[in-house]
Design a protein around this ligand. Sequence first.
Ligand SMILES: [Zn+2]
Length: 251
Amino acid sequence: MPTDPQIAELAQAVARTRSAVVFTGAGISTESGIPDFRSPGGIWTRMAPIDFSDFLASEEARRETWRRRFAMEDTFREAQPNRGHRAVAELVRRGKVAAVITQNIDGLHQASGIADDRVIELHGNTTYAHCLDCKSRYELTALRTVFERDETAPICDDCGGYVKTATISFGQAMPVDAMRRAEIETLAADLFIVAGSSLVVYPAAGFPQLAKHNGATLVIINREPTGLDHIADIVVHRSIGEILGAAVGVD
Ligand SMILES: [Zn+2]
């Protein structure tokens, strides 16, 4: 048994669970070098996010969206899953965790070996793009080559619709199917582990509350205090990779 009391407590909760859900936010991916856009000093405190209605209305807004996205491309492409992602993947592999609900758009849970259908992305995915109308998929490398030639925002080859990363922008409706699946998985969980979310963004932050009210054990692992620490059964303000890695036995 681990000697660190917080790690031991978490290891016991994991040993007891029959069906857990892990809910992740930016804090798990900062340990892979992905910046937290919402944090103090983060990109969105220096540069206003582009609202979805502006993306639809203005060629210049679309161009600026793509300029910003390609400026981030090396960071996203080089990021690798860290010890925290590997610990979550191991829990899925062992059958302990049925689903991972994530606010992250970086695809690192899938890159850690978790099947697509086990990852519920509340804010979509930025590692590929799609047509907003017909949903045809586009890869960023090909879009970037064309964009860098003349800075024209890409449109769909099939239907002429606007092509955008597969993320949910500010002002864009939450994905109905992902929200519904997240609720079903939350209600089926006897253990709900939050890793790296400050739990301030609704409706996403409603899931840990729902789990707790439904009788699940609630664990929160986050560097900073969160809005739901007071209702959690276990609260750990330390590195996710260190804590989850040690509790699960993954390096
Ligand atoms: Zn299309």
